[in-house]
Design a protein around this ligand. Sequence first.
Ligand SMILES: [Zn+2]
Length: 229
Amino acid sequence: MKILSNLLSLFYPKMCAACGNALQQNESCLCLECLLHLPETENYKEHNNTLRSLFDGRTRVEEVASLMSYKKESNVQKILHNFKYNGQKEIGKYLGEYFGKQLITEERFRKIDFIIPIPLHKKKLRKRGFNQSEWIAQGLSISMNIPYRTDILFREDFTETQTKKNRYARWMNVKEVFTLKDFKSIKNRHIAICDDVLTTGATMEAAIQKLQQVNDIKISVITLAAVIY
Ligand SMILES: [Zn+2]
């Protein structure tokens, strides 16, 4: 198998998800050069970081951490684009694992009980074939040694016939509506919700507020990238 994969990579070399150069044998997803130059925020080192203040006055959160700062036309944008739209799911797992190694060095992140990926609409899931957040959760879970759960938080599916709900959603000005299942198992626990990018935080806020219906729950936020950091 190894010989075959080496042979295949000779003809179809794997590309760096950022710069597009062929990867070396010992590299995966990103070349060493791009990995060394990732615009890491390192905001996980600080409890009261600027990203956390994004949720001030909106909802209660414990820790908020993002691996990279997101800018248009940047390598980060290319990486996330390849991850989400070119089916390179391994990137999520790879960067999740990479970030998890950093997070776990901080006591505050070692207290997390479960990681919950932001669920994707069924429609989008069918189209994309995978939930990108779940792949990030997988990576985080490996290096942090914290289980991830996909059986708790779900995205409500709007159909054209559900006009009442649609109207309600519009009125609430919230496009994302979440539902909970089997939430007894996360009572009293510390949950980290993970996603690929944090922009306005609206989706995240909606998910957090849903989870906060569970008694004595603590919620943190972990993303691969953030617009404000
Ligand atoms: Zn590269």
